[in-house]
Every structure is written in structure tokens, then in C-alpha cells.
Design a protein around this ligand. Structure first.
Ligand code: NOJ
Length: 682
């Protein structure tokens, strides 16, 4: 069998089949398989010297011949006329430790296929394509060497294609629409989608799941996926207002184009491929990055009972913030976020953000006094920088603003980039302000700059309306979390609010890219103007486990937590940093059950969520230590619970003694969920 041959034999096979071909014919010029022989990649060239690749899994083709290459603005296209210079296959197997995350230790095991190419007709211009083939997916990227034939690459189009070989259903959101990836996640036949953001999750008719995404998006435009024909998707680079989508000088690599591939939805979420394709930690000791929980002067603005701007209903007053600090201290939450503390909210900030000051508090907010009051109570203020996506104005103040927070002992900042699609304002390539897409090359540069500059002050960042996550938290662990999908705020004012299947979709789509500041735990289940949530109370608890973030907001008002002490106990107990994560079961948009082990204790925590359908999901407890007895603290939907009526508040809390040999039957109400804490008995 091909798949069992050693790397040297594969290299020989690949090199031995170079021959002149008619334009339409394909020859395989390189191939390799994943370490466990699960996935096989072949690179082909046709008679015109155009490149394509295919991917098969367990012997079945899942990505049929898909093109590779570029159109350039300043030179003949990098597409066709290629000949193989050399190719090489190498093996890699290592395990690395995350400073925080879904699991402490991550195995990085792949076979790399490197294909070096040249265009003889273009004075020997060179390009390499490097594939990393894992048992759970494939990543590949292009490498542009420094060369006099192309000192600067002005990329207008990346021609990379992904042709899905079997009929598929897609879960997708359109690109270039609302900022921050906040469109509703749609389900449709893959052949009917438009221009999609990534991660784009598809399920093939044989049950195989693929998530298309990218890893290590640095100094490059975000990749959107445009359906061009049937089930063929083509990379579309977020356009730049300054000309070509990407301009790079000298040697550079593109981000990795990634395909996580699994037998089922659960397998997708278990994959660490995107993180593995990122560079290791560049910040060294990051013990100053603190996974934790926080509360905040926040939900009252979304309920419209408080305002960000100064005035009679100003929420960020000294007195109100003290209330939150006291509440956080009493209940063991590390952080207190305060929005609307700084001058500039009077203007139409979502359409300009020019008036924000990031150093001047409103007169009724005693920033210095509150920062030290918080510290005296063992709590930290969490900073807030809403920029209105006026990146030009923000970058001018960023250093002073970071310095101020660092001086006050504030060690994390939530930043925001509210704007309408295409109207972020950033420094263009010529240094002049330009309006454009937040995920263009210029936008991408800013988001990372905000993080690397923050690291200089030991500040961590939680970005809202962010560029999508591509695993850069591995390289810059102070990029703690981000929004990047519809959060719980849509249940306050969204029209429509988040759908009942939102979380079950998020887990297998958006969450494949990384942590999300989802702002869970609104036990009051009611938004502005009495709008009700498509959720039971138990599901609000489950979301703390299901939707991962190293910093989790307990988003409801303190008085609402005081109303529901039994449910609030789970929010107080649940950790935010994990030793291990297991997806027990799940189907995209239907249900998901996740078990996570505390990184700083022996407890396991389980969250299960369902869509509008009630269901019973078996939970085998075989992940628990054998021979130990555990107390299971169960927070479940009551027998009459239902998200469609006042019975959404029907929550039952109970305890049971269980062992690794037991299987629990989790009964979830329509729109419901279940949360469980499992602690070993002394
Ligand atoms: C949108 C963010 O998602 C939200 O959390 C924040 O409160 C507002 N912008 C204001 O910055």
C-alpha cells in the first residue's frame, strides 16, 4: 500500500513521474500521507504547468483537484508554467505545553510535504508549497523566497481552491457583512452558499466533517471563501483600500490554509491543528496572563437601563462600580469590567469613534481611586477601549492608554471595534488614513499590533468585533479571547435575538478558531423591552463549559445573581482554565456535550446544550479516575422546563455519587442544557 511506504520511497516515487504532458492531463509530482496513514495529499501539475492538490481520507477522495497559485498586480501571474525543483517529506512529533487553554499538553504530530517549484519562463521565479498532513486534517501554505525576480509581491488574488468531492451541507456566515463576524450562522447545501467567512464547517454525505479555516494570519489579508462553481470554493482575500489585497516585500509565507477533517462534529472540535500550525510562544514568561472570571458594568447598558455616556443614567459612576467590586470580591470573581468610563461616548461612536479619549475618565468616575479600591479587595478593574474602529485615532493614543492602565495595576483590556462593514479607518499603505475592511491586510496588522504593544506592558487583550482567531494565542498568549460571533448581547437588543440552536452551531463553527468572550450566564433570561431568551436557565450554566474562554464574564446584573443563588453557585465554581477537554457528543446546530478537567484541581465539569428539541444524551463517565467516587453536582432542566415559556426558569439542582463505571442520562428540555460539577470524594 502507498500509505505504508517510508518517506524516502515516497520521495522517489514522486520524483520519478516527471514527464511531458498534454495541457489537459495531470501528473502527480508529489505526495505524502499523515503519520497514521489516515489522510493522503497529492500535488499535481498539468501540461500547462498549473498546480493542483487533492486530499483523500481513509481511501476516499474528499477534496478533488483544486488549484494553487496567485494573480499579481506587479508581475506575471504565479499560476502555470511551474516545474518541480525538488520535493521532500519529513516527520515531526512533539508535545508542547499551553500556558492556558482547553488542554495543558498538545501533541503536534504530522508529516510535512515540501514542494519547491520554479517558473522557468519567468526567469526561474520560485515558489514553494508546504503541506503539513495530520491524522485530523491538513494545513498548507505558500512560501515566497527572497528573489530578484519578485522583490515585492502585490497579490490581487489567491487562486487556492477547495473542491469538496461529495455532496455537502455547510454552516456558514457571509463575509464582508456585519463587522466582527456577527451574522447568524446559516445552514445550506454547500453549492448554495455565497462568500463565506471561515471557519466554514461542512458535513459530507458520508458523515465526514471538514472545517476550512486558516492559521497564523499575520501581515496578510483574511481569507474568505467564495463559491465559484458547484462545490468548488476559492480563496478570496479581503480587499484593501490601498490597492492589491496583499503587498509583501522579500521572503514571506502566507497563513496556513487549514482543513480540519473528522468522522463527526465532535472530532472537529477535538483537533488542535490550528494551534499546532502557529509559532510557539514569543512572549516568554506569561505568568501575568490570568485566566479568570469577571463581572461588569455592562448588561445594564445593553438593557438600556444605563448609558455609556455621561448623564443622569450614566452607569460607570464611582458608586456603581464600587457595588460591582464588592460583589466580585464577595463571590470570588477576579475582574470588574467597566464600560463608559472614558470621555467620548456622546458622539455617534459606532460611525466614527473620533472623540474617544482613552486616558480621560468622566468626572463621575474616579479611575485611580477605584483601581486601588479594587486591589484592596483582591479584585482588578478590566480596562475598556471602544474605538468605533477608528484605528487611526486609537493608535495615536494606544501607548499612553496602555501605560495608564499598567500604572494603575489594570492588567487586561477589552477592546472594541464597532463599525459598519467596510468602514474601519486605519493607516493605509502610504500612511494616510483609509477606510476599509477590518480584516484587510492593514486591519490584520493593527489587531496584532494592539496585542504585541500590550504585551510590553504585561496587558492581556480581549478583542470585540475582532479579526477572526487563527490560533495566534499560541504565539502571543496575552491575546486571551475575543468576540467574533453573535454574543449574548443580541438577546438584549438583537432583532432577531440569538436562535435556540446558536450554541450548538457555535461549538462546531466559530469555536474551532479559538476562545470566545460569549458573556454567558444571564440567569434573568430577559433582554431590553422584556424580550425573552431562547434558552433555559440550565443552558446558561452549561454555556460556561461549552463555549470556551479563559476569561468568562458572568454577564448578568448582581441583583439577578442574588435572586438565583442555587444557579449562581455553578458560575462561582466553574473554572476557566483546563487540563483536558473531551467532546462527548455533538451534531452541528443540534446538540453538544463537552467535559473538561480543571487545570488547578481534580474536578471535571460537563456542559450539554441542545437546540429547540428536547433530548436525552448519554454521558459515560469513563473519563473519571477509576476506583474513585465522585460527587456529581447536577444543574438540570426541570421536568417541565421549556425555552418557549416561563418554564425556562425550571432548574433542578441535585447531587449524586458516581464512579467512572456509570453512565448518566442527561435529559435536556427544548432549548435547554445541563451543567455538572464532578468532585472526587475525600
Ligand atoms: C460591542 C461589544 O460586543 C459589547 O460587549 C460592548 O459593550 C459594546 N460594543 C460597546 O463597546
Amino acid at each position: 500500500m502507498f500509505a505504508r511506504r517510508p518517506a524516502a520511497v515516497l520521495a522517489f516515487l514522486a520524483a520519478s513521474c516527471l514527464c511531458a504532458l498534454p495541457a489537459w492531463a495531470q501528473e502527480v509530482i508529489a505526495r505524502a500521507a499523515s503519520p497514521g496513514d489516515v489522510i493522503k495529499v497529492e500535488v499535481q501539475k498539468d501540461g500547462m504547468g498549473k498546480l493542483a492538490y487533492t486530499i483523500s481520507r481513509k481511501g476516499k477522495e474528499i477534496i478533488s483537484a483544486s488549484r494553487l497559485g496567485f494573480n499579481l498586480a506587479n508581475a506575471r501571474k504565479l499560476d502555470g508554467g511551474f516545474s518541480l525543483r525538488k520535493q521532500a517529506v519529513s516527520e515531526h512529533d512533539s508535545t508542547w505545553e499551553q500556558p492556558w487553554g482547553e488542554r495543558q499538553f498538545v501533541r503536534n504530530r504530522y508529516r510535512e510535504l515540501r514542494v519547491d517549484l520554479e517558473q522557468k519562463s519567468q526567469a526561474g521565479r520560485q515558489l514553494a508549497v508546504v503541506f503539513r498532513i495530520y491524522d485530523d486534517g491538513v494545513g498548507f501554505r505558500y512560501e515566497f523566497p527572497a528573489q530578484k525576480q519578485l522583490p515585492v509581491a502585490e497579490i490581487i488574488d489567491e487562486l487556492t481552491e477547495f473542491t469538496v468531492a461529495r455532496p455537502a451541507t455547510a454552516w456558514w456566515i457571509p463575509a464582508a457583512e456585519l463587522p466582527g463576524l456577527e451574522e447568524e450562522i446559516r445552514e445550506a447545501p454547500l453549492k448554495e452558499i455565497g462568500i463565506a467567512n471561515t471557519p466554514l464547517t461542512v458535513r459530507l454525505d458520508d458523515g465526514t466533517h471538514i472545517a476550512f479555516h486558516e492559521a497564523a494570519l499575520v501581515d496578510y489579508a483574511s481569507m474568505w471563501l467564495r463559491k465559484v462553481d458547484g462545490q468548488k470554493l476559492r480563496a478570496m482575500l479581503a480587499p484593501s483600500p490601498s490597492g492589491p489585497a496583499v503587498v509583501r516585500e522579500g521572503a514571506f509565507t502566507t497563513p496556513w490554509r487549514t482543513l480540519q477533517i473528522a468522522d463527526n462534529a465532535a472530532g472537529l472540535y477535538m483537533s488542535d491543528l490550528v494551534l499546532n500550525l502557529n509559532e510557539p510562544n514569543r512572549l516568554g514568561d506569561v505568568s501575568w496572563v490570568k485566566p479568570s472570571k469577571f463581572v461588569g458594568v455592562w448588561w445594564q447598558m445593553h438593557l438600556q437601563s444605563g448609558t455609556w455616556n455621561a448623564g443622569p443614567n450614566h452607569a460607570a459612576t464611582t458608586a456603581n462600580t464600587k457595588k460591582y467590586i464588592d460583589f466580585a470580591a464577595k463571590h470570588g470573581m477576579r475582574g470588574v469590567l467597566v464600560e463608559g468610563w472614558n470621555k467620548g461616548w456622546e458622539s455617534d461612536w459606532g460611525h466614527g469613534g473620533a472623540d474617544f479619549s482613552f486616558t480621560e475618565p468622566y468626572p463621575d468616575f474616579d479611575l485611580t481611586g477605584l483601581a486601588s479600591y479594587a486591589k484592596s479587595k483582591g479584585v482588578r478593574l478590566i480596562g475598556h477601549h471602544e474605538t468605533g474602529a477608528n484605528i487611526v485615532a486609537y493608535e495615536k493614543q494606544m501607548d499612553a492608554a496602555y501605560k495608564l492602565y499598567a500604572k494603575l495595576g489594570v492588567d487586561s483590556i477589552k477592546s472594541g471595534y464597532v463599525h459598519e462593514a467596510g468602514s474601519a479607518l486605519f493607516p493605509g499603505r502610504d500612511g494616510k488614513p483609509r477606510y476599509g475592511h477590518y480584516d484587510s491586510q492593514e486591519g490584520v496588522r493593527h489587531f496584532l499590533k494592539a496585542v504585541t504593544e500590550a504585551a510590553k506592558y504585561k496587558l492581556s487583550i480581549d478583542t470585540h468585533e475582532p479579526v477572526k482567531d487563527t490560533g495566534l494565542r499560541r504565539t502571543y498568549p496575552n491575546w486571551l479571547t475575543r468576540e467574533g460571533a453573535r454574543g449574548v448581547e443580541y438577546n438584549a437588543w438583537g432583532n432577531p435575538p440569538n436562535s435556540v440552536d446558536h450554541e450548538a452551531k457555535l461549538v462546531f463553527t466559530r469555536m474551532l478558531s479559538g476562545p470566545m468572550d460569549y458573556t454567558p450566564g444571564v440567569l434573568s433570561l430577559v433582554g431590553a423591552d422584556g424580550k425573552t431568551f431562547n434558552s433555559t436557565q440550565a443552558k446558561q450554566l452549561a454555556n460556561f463549559v461549552v463555549i470556551y474562554s479563559p476569561i468568562q464574564m458572568a454577564a448578568d446584573l448582581p441583583e439577578n445573581y442574588e435572586k438565583y443563588p442555587a444557579a449562581f453557585k455553578f458560575i462561582k465554581d466553574v473554572p476557566t482554565d483546563w487540563f483536558d477537554t473531551r467532546v462527548i457528543n455533538g451534531e452541528v446546530g443540534r446538540f453538544a456535550t463537552i467535559a473538561r478537567k480543571d487545570r488547578n484541581g481534580d474536578g471535571w465539569y460537563v456542559g450539554a446544550v441542545t437546540d429547540g428539541e428536547g433530548r436525552t444524551l448519554p454521558l459515560a463517565l469513563d473519563f473519571l479516575d477509576k476506583g474513585k467516587r465522585y460527587t456529581a453536582e447536577i444543574y438540570r432542566d426541570g421536568d417541565s422546563a421549556d425555552y418557549r415559556s416561563a418554564r425556562r426558569f425550571d432548574l433542578v439542582t441535585e447531587t449524586k455519587t458516581v464512579t467512572a463505571g456509570d453512565t448518566l442520562q442527561l435529559r435536556l428540555a427544548p432549548g435547554g442544557g445541563q451543567a455538572i460539577r464532578l468532585l472526587p470524594q475525600p
